[in-house]
Write a protein that binds this ligand. Structure first.
Ligand SMILES: CC(C)(COP(=O)(O)OP(=O)(O)OC[C@H]1O[C@@H](n2cnc3c(N)ncnc32)[C@H](O)[C@@H]1OP(=O)(O)O)[C@@H](O)C(=O)NCCC(=O)NCCSC(=O)CCCCC(=O)O
Length: 316
């Protein structure tokens, strides 16, 4: 993959000397080449639903697509449909079709296949760098810095230390701790306890890939961001409904646009909001901000959310 400056360094990022390489780049996004434009990807973390994590499939599809474009081209957008649940028991094959190579843009179509059937279709588009006087962006929300916030794991330990915590809640929290998600998260407004109140369908958290990736290789940072972008996004739509639990939830489609250089192993603010939910589906939009206020990427997703009402005692 091509080398390009991925934005200025942030001093909280692990260096290769004091941290391990991110498992995302050494394993999850390190696809095996089987033939021309044909790759195989394996899994790392699998969600509780026991269907493959959508972000992993999107990230791997983008890796496969990026391998067939020149060093002067960078991912600027992708559009994916999750058409079948991914099976964690077998690897995923990625078949790349070189849809078009133009002067400035190249388009790739990727089919992720398991058991001979597509589980994801993805169109990814790549663009060469083209300067323009046309340049604007929203302003990043003002939030506490990641150094002043606790990680999800630290928050869970805090909740676990509460003496009046129900046994069922303890079990749920311990299950969450056992998760080996290759992403670090620091919620901006964590709930005071594990039982939540209704809130608007909007959340903000700092996020970065665990481990070191390093500067340069912007294509790889985009693939990591694609992985990260599907995490905890759909849950935004459930925030106004603490009395409902999703018994079936899955992302249906995922679109992403990359705006500027960034490092996915440095803290980025993920701003997620759901402008609409209805008919057992919800729309969620996300913005990934570099901590210096530059808008790095935007995404949009629709998911299926089949919910049922829960009683106070069954909440976790
Ligand atoms: C399931 C998808 C979306 C298509 O749905 P459908 O056409 O309904 O597929 P079926 O195979 O017929 O049914 C699946 C499942 O749903 C039940 N079902 C169907 N219709 C209804 C209904 N009207 N009411 C109630 N239940 C219904 C049906 O009975 C089946 O249940 P089961 O037998 O118990 O399985 C399909 O397109 C699909 O699966 N697509 C892939 C989606 C996907 O895998 N997305 C990526 C993973 S999700 C993700 O990663 C989110 C992030 C998680 C991490 C985090 O943030 O924490």
């Amino acid at each position: 993959m091509a080398e390009r400056d991925a934005g200025e360094s942030d001093h909280t990022t692990a260096s290769p000397q004091n941290d391990l390489r991110s498992v995302l780049v050494t394993s999850v996004l390190n696809l095996e080449e089987l033939d021309v434009d044909l790759y195989r990807g394996t899994h790392h973390w699998v969600p509780r639903s026991q269907r493959l994590f959508g972000g992993q499939i999107v990230g791997q599809a983008l890796v496969a697509a990026a391998k067939s474009v020149g060093d002067n081209l960078f991912a600027h957008s992708l559009h994916c449909y999750f058409v079948r649940a991914g099976d964690p028991k077998v690897p995923v094959l990625y078949q790349v079709e070189r849809t078009r190579d133009g002067r400035s843009f190249a388009v790739r179509s990727v089919k992720a296949v398991q058991h001979g059937q597509p589980i994801l279709t993805c169109q990814a588009s790549f663009h060469m760098q083209q300067p323009s006087p046309l340049q604007h962006q929203f302003t990043m929300p003002q939030v506490p810095q990641p150094e002043d916030l606790l990680t999800v794991e630290e928050l869970i330990h805090l909740y676990l230390s509460k003496p009046d915590l129900a046994e069922k809640s303890k079990q749920g929290l311990n299950k969450l701790l056992a998760n080996e998600v290759p992403i670090e998260i620091k919620p901006v407004n964590p709930p005071h306890s594990f039982t939540r109140a209704a809130s608007e369908p909007r959340k903000l958290f700092w996020v970065r890939a665990r481990g070191h990736i390093g500067e340069g290789n912007m294509k790889l940072h985009c693939c990591v961001a694609a992985y990260v972008s599907d995490f905890a996004l759909l849950g935004t739509a459930l925030l106004p409904y603490p009395n409902h639990r999703a018994h079936f939830s899955a992302s249906l489609d995922h679109a992403m646009w990359f705006h500027s250089t960034f490092r996915a192993d440095e803290w980025m603010l993920y701003e997620c909001e759901s402008p609409w939910a209805g008919g057992s589906r919800a729309l969620i939009q996300g913005r990934l901000w570099r901590r210096d206020g530059v808008l790095a990427a935007s995404c949009s997703q629709e998911g299926v959310l089949r919910v049922k009402e829960v009683t106070e005692s069954s909440k976790l």
